[in-house]
Design a protein around this ligand. Structure first.
Ligand code: ATP
Length: 202
């Protein structure tokens, strides 16, 4: 078999949106879908962070329950995927290690980090952040209180204005604990699942 059978395929740009997703909410989904449909990304993977053994578990739900909720949330969207890749990597997980692992495992993909402007402002504290900036593109969506002037102008960092929903997982958990409705703050399937479970009730 000659070399003529060797084809070079274009790489598939894949966004990685990391989070504890405790639980996943509509704010997360707006960002994931925005990046999957308004940038050159072909897919967005929502990477569920496992419990960090160095941190107290406190209000963090079980890893697989949080993963299940992400799966329920994006089940009908072919552009979004849930990833449990960090569950089987050494803990605590560092983004550079996950990126390196994924890049080796999926040579046909080019991974891009998705993060809010609050995270890019503190990127210099991350393990091997220079390597992250050198090897990977970062797509940043602007979050309130971070005007462009505060943000680094770097070749691999691209800024996006995405619509933002002013909610957090902490707010959702508080509502559930106080027996207040979280309907529409989370996707319908997540809402229905939470209604029938005891997650975040105490
Ligand atoms: P918590 O309230 O428990 O800290 P969270 O809602 O901020 O949770 P994370 O799982 O930490 O959720 O979020 C994953 C990523 O999504 C983080 O980078 C976070 O900054 C971002 N994010 C969280 N809420 C929103 C939102 N409403 N709009 C856009 N991005 C968000």
């Amino acid at each position: 078999m000659g070399r003529s059978n060797f084809h070079i395929f274009p790489t598939m740009k894949t966004g990685l949106f990391f989070g504890s997703f405790n639980p996943v909410h509509t704010g997360h989904l707006i960002i994931a879908n925005f990046m999957a449909t308004r940038s050159d990304l072909k897919e967005v993977w929502m990477v569920v962070s496992p419990h960090n053994p160095l941190k107290p578990k406190s209000t963090l739900a079980n890893d697989y329950d949080r993963l299940h909720l992400v799966r329920l949330a994006i089940d009908d969207n072919p552009l979004l995927k849930a990833s449990d890749i960090e569950f089987s990597l050494p803990k605590p997980s560092y983004t550079i290690d996950t990126l390196t692992y994924l890049s080796e495992k999926y040579p046909g993909r080019e991974f891009v980090l998705i993060m809010g402007s609050d995270n890019i402002a503190t990127l210099h504290k991350w393990k091997n952040y220079e390597m992250i900036l050198e090897k990977y593109a970062i797509y940043v969506y602007r979050r309130p209180d971070f005007v462009k002037g505060d943000l680094p102008d770097l070749p691999n960092v691209h800024y996006f204005d995405a619509p933002l929903l002013d909610i957090s997982a902490t707010y959702i958990r508080t509502c559930i604990k106080d027996r207040l409705s979280v309907r529409y703050l989370v996707p319908d399937k997540v809402y229905e699942y939470l209604e029938g479970s005891t997650m975040y009730r105490k």
